[in-house]
Design a protein around this ligand. Structure first.
Ligand SMILES: N[C@@H](CCC(=O)N[C@@H](CS)C(=O)NCC(=O)O)C(=O)O
Length: 287
């Protein structure tokens, strides 16, 4: 038995991102279940899954229901003490816990004004006084942590503290919010983290767009790290006969650097297309 994890649409569900990142970043096996925030069956599906009201939700191998991103993180840190989810002990562990707690309970003006949307960036967003106050607070606590750790992540290596700030970093990038040069460096490190790149690649590959988060602003490309060029193609033959992810026979194809590569379904092809270098098992075909 592994964990079961329920998430919403990857482009918009910032809390789902926080629930999923610990599994991917710390290599914890799980099976994924998906629902649609704002869909007609959302409440019933979430309730049926683990008895909660929101996503993410998880069920532990012993059947424990984890109905909040903080409870998922906390459970995983206790269940996998050697995987580096939190510093082992002492002041840096306490700092990680403070950072997580501050994010979980704060920054509501910024969160409300700037919904996460990994499909697009926005031009011309004018932060309110309250949003500017949240940004100044973020800048202060990030700068303090980074000064102690030396970066690139809040405690040096990537931990649950960074997991919790990933969605707010994604918002700062998407809305071009004003922050200090040091905080900008941290936002770039967040966007470049392999798990964040995989999440966004899957967000682009899943065709589950909603308009509720649209802003009355001009769109601009989302400022993600540059990706390697690849394009979809209808047919093989491909360099590989079996899918790099499942090992099943290939049915969907892309071309990169004049070579054709195959996958066992359209989603796996499209997530690879969105950011080929984010996927070690695909890159192993090339290297
Ligand atoms: N405290 C929860 C909040 C989760 C949350 O609000 N998730 C949103 C999706 S991003 C949700 O499920 N919204 C639906 C609702 O509130 O009915 C956590 O950290 O897991």
């Amino acid at each position: 038995m592994t964990y079961a994890l329920l998430i919403g649409q990857r482009s918009y569900s910032s809390w789902s991102l926080r629930g999923w990142l610990p599994f991917d970043a710390f290599d914890i096996p799980y099976t994924l279940h998906r629902t649609e925030i704002y869909g007609p069956n959302f409440a019933a599906e979430v309730e049926e899954f683990a008895g909660g009201r929101t996503v993410p939700a998880a069920i532990a191998p012993d059947g424990s229901a984890l109905t909040d991103s903080l409870s998922i993180a906390w459970h995983l840190a206790e269940a996998f003490p050697d995987k580096g989810l939190l510093p082992k002990a002492g002041p840096s562990r306490a700092m990680a816990q403070c950072l997580i707690a501050e994010m979980h309970s704060g920054f509501s003006a910024l969160r409300n004004a700037c919904p996460m949307n990994l499909q697009t960036g926005w031009d011309g967003f004018v932060p309110s006084t309250e949003v500017n106050k949240d940004l100044a607070d973020l800048d202060q606590i990030w700068s303090r942590a980074l000064a102690v750790s030396g970066g690139p992540f809040l405690l040096g290596a990537y931990t649950l503290a960074d997991v919790f700030y990933a969605p707010v970093a994604a918002r700062i990038a998407g809305y071009g919010l004003p922050i200090s040069p040091l905080a900008k460096t941290y936002v770039s490190a967040q966007l470049a983290h392999p798990s964040m790149r995989r999440w966004r690649a899957m967000a682009l590959a899943e065709n589950r767009l909603v308009t509720v988060y649209d802003q009355p602003l001009k769109r601009r490309p989302y400022p993600a790290p540059k990706t390697r060029a690849a394009k979809a193609t209808n047919a093989g033959p491909s360099v590989n006969n079996s899918c790099p992810y499942s090992g099943l026979p290939v049915t969907d194809f892309l071309v990169m650097d004049a070579n054709t590569y195959g996958f066992c379904n359209t989603f796996c092809r499209d997530k690879t297309l969105a950011d080929p270098e984010a996927w070690p098992r695909f890159m192993a075909l090339i290297n």
